[in-house]
Design a protein around this ligand. Sequence first.
Ligand code: ADP
Ligand code: MG
Length: 382
Amino acid sequence: MSEVAAAFRELYGSEPDGVWAAPGRVNLIGEYTDFNEGFVMPLALPHTAVAAVARRADGVLRIHSADIEGPLVELRIDELEPLSGAGWAAYPAGVAWALRQAGHEVTGADIHLTSTVPTGAGLSSSAALEVVTGLALRDVFQLPLSMEELASLAQKAENSFVGVPCGIMDQTASACCTEGHVLHLDARDLTRRQIPFDLPAHGLRLLVVDTRVKHALGDGAYAERRAGCERGARELGVRTLREVEFAQLQYVLGQLSSLPTVRDYVRHVVSDNERVERVAALLAAGDVRGVGPVLTEGHASLRDDLRVSCAELDLVVETAVAAGALGARMTGGGFGGSAIVLVEEAELGPVTKALVTAFEGAGLTRPRVFEAVPSEGARRVG
Ligand code: ADP
Ligand code: MG
């Protein structure tokens, strides 16, 4: 962390007020459910965005990323405009904007950041950037904000300033996860429950397999799925699909008059909410191995009903399960990015090898495989 402070000193010629870190996340189960006010269950990764920040009183906002070529970005904090196309700097700038919109006094800052969260891999490098900026600004300006409120302002930055219509999961995961736990989040009222997730104690591991592909289809498809879910809710006369009980699913599907795609989206959302609850019950009962098949079932739903998977993600899941994994599924928005694999410790080597061989055989870039160790959420580190 001190390297980040040293880089700040070199760049700005002064001391930062502090150094903060916020993690990327991986979602265990509950996909495309948060914007339907449903359940999700992410965990924070050890990979973090780290920011050294100093407050300014003169209305100037300077932002620099060690990971991006080019000069630092300098903006007037009172001239920040949503959707103004500031590139990567829109993420941190958007957080300053959202704080000011909410009435908080933020009078400028120097920000230097760097991140170990892989970008565009479905691991929420964007939320890590937003949350680390929000936490740093909260602390240097001594703003009375909870982690939950910070997450919500970070989401507002991404939705309204950057222009990405994401739900609340990513920012809440980065802000509120705790070491050794998955976070059970109810996106309707933001109720949070930390559930112990000590896989090594059970002789298990969770792998993240980053396919290193990102298909262009993804952005429009997210908005289309979202619109389809909203249409389904409207037709059923409920505010959101969260209102639909799993036990009513078959009946409800028969009530829908609209397109088959809408019916499929409803089936995915309602059944994935139930899968989150099933995983929570399995973890509470200590049946961690039982989680595996639920993951694979969730993947089939994302592939066949929501249709947000792709050949590379399907290849990870099929290969991993065939090689002896307990279960696997794509995670995040899909159309590339990452999958997760639940595996017996003893099967770690063979499953990883099978994945590498399968990707090689298909002429694909070697995937990046690493262990998902449930880590701490955002915090001050220096
Ligand atoms: P994801 O959140 O899944 O990684 P996104 O497309 O939502 O993917 O966010 C990735 C974007 O976030 C990058 O294109 C870049 O604009 C910004 N970003 C992430 N990490 C950094 C970084 N270390 N420095 C600068 N910008 C970053
Ligand atoms: Mg993102």
